[in-house]
Design a protein around this ligand. Structure first.
Ligand code: UD1
Length: 341
């Protein structure tokens, strides 16, 4: 049984990936510092798959603890690295927190992988590296623009660190650039658990619908888009998780075409904020209280993916549509609301 280390495995995308890996027969070890997640996610994963993954509470910025972990768990076949801070606004207010955490975590991880001859890494990157794109849909060949936030900059720098390390070692790497992952597992046992007031659209919508927030602010309706609100390429987190299994399989089976590969992961469709709201109202049967407010600083007006490469090379295509994404988010919100009352 191949052993995969998932950093950030109790987080949103990490936990869904653990489930998919276990269901494909992989043995999974999770490390997470629980800064934005809870250990109870490990039990929820076990409830879904019937297998409890090994869990170690480790902060990857702690180089001694990280080295000690690798000393103990030498036989790891590959790593999927999710562990990172991801709130765009917070990164603008506290850039050092983001540079310190996101960069040192990766550096310590790569150091330990090198020392222990672990040569396969899949990295959780983002379409944020493209900034405001020159043309749509965005392919992997699009230029990398100056990042709009320290968070975005950490994704760009991490990609560069992995690229440079891959060139000078036996590391084999796949960078996955996600568009906007939303939704939750069909069991509603795992999903996105934002701490405090959510920054992202979907948790804000579901929390407004359930009555935790009074009103949803729609940031701007004067963008050059059909209805004036921003367009994004939303994709179901379960589709995204499955892409990670394919990527790690590809590395372990030496099917990669070069030591470093980059893939966009999205659906290729752009939906506006108002279209998302309408679809949510349709699938939930709840009328949403919202108002149009000023634009949010740093938002790009529209971005959606060209996923031909992932389709051709990985044989991956997002299967679930916006209705399924939003109905699963709504089911998850109802579950959290019931269990935390
Ligand atoms: C951002 C990052 C992305 C990161 C993700 C997770 C950029 C360009 N993108 O995505 O890399 O992975 O956050 O943190 O940095 N909106 C509202 N009202 C709200 C919230 C959002 O109208 O209360 C709108 C936004 O203006 C945007 C859309 O909804 O047009 C999606 O926003 P959000 O869910 O925050 O994701 P991004 O900003 O696209």
């Amino acid at each position: 049984m191949k052993k995969i280390l998932i950093t950030g495995g109790t987080g949103y995308i990490g936990s869904h990936t653990v489930v998919e890996l276990q269901q494909k027969g992989y043995e999974v070890i999770i490390i997470d510092n629980l800064s934005n997640s809870s250990e109870s996610v490990v039990d929820s994963i076990a409830q879904i798959t019937g297998i409890k993954p090994t869990f170690k509470k480790i902060d990857l910025t702690d180089s001694k603890a990280t080295a000690a972990f690798f000393e103990k768990y030498k036989q790891i076949d590959g790593v999927i690295h999710f562990a990172a801070f991801k709130a765009v606004g917070e990164s603008v207010e506290n850039p050092l927190k983001y540079y310190h955490n996101n960069l040192f975590s990766l550096i310590n991880l790569l150091d330990c992988m090198k020392k222990n001859q672990i040569n396969n890494i899949v990295f959780s990157s983002s379409c944020t590296v493209y900034g405001e794109p020159d043309s749509l849909p965005v392919t992997e060949k699009a230029s990398i623009k100056k990042a709009l936030s320290p968070y975005g900059n950490t994704k760009q720098i991490c990609e560069e660190i992995i690229t440079d390390t891959t060139k000078t070692s036996s590391l084999q790497s796949i960078l996955l650039r996600y568009f906007n992952p939303i939704g939750a597992h069909s069991s509603a046992l795992i999903g996105e658990l934002p701490l405090g007031i959510p920054n992202n659209l979907i948790p804000y919508i579901t929390q407004t619908a359930i009555g935790k927030r009074s009103i949803l602010n729609v940031y701007g309706n004067d963008y050059p888009t059909p209805d004036g609100t921003c367009l994004r390429d939303y994709l179901h987190v379960v589709d995204l998780a499955k892409a990670h299994v394919i990527a790690i399989d590809r590395l372990l089976e030496n099917k990669n075409k070069s030591a470093l590969e980059v893939f966009n992961l999205g659906t290729g469709n752009g939906f506006s904020v108002l279209e998302v709201i309408k679809t949510f109202e349709k699938v939930s049967g709840v009328k949403l209280n919202y108002k149009i407010v000023e634009r949010r600083a740093g938002d790009v007006s529209q971005i959606f993916s060209d996923c031909e490469l992932a389709n051709k090379e990985l044989g991956w295509k997002a299967k679930l549509g916006l209705d399924e994404m939003l109905s699963s988010s709504w089911k998850w919100e109802n579950y959290i609301n019931k269990t935390t009352k």
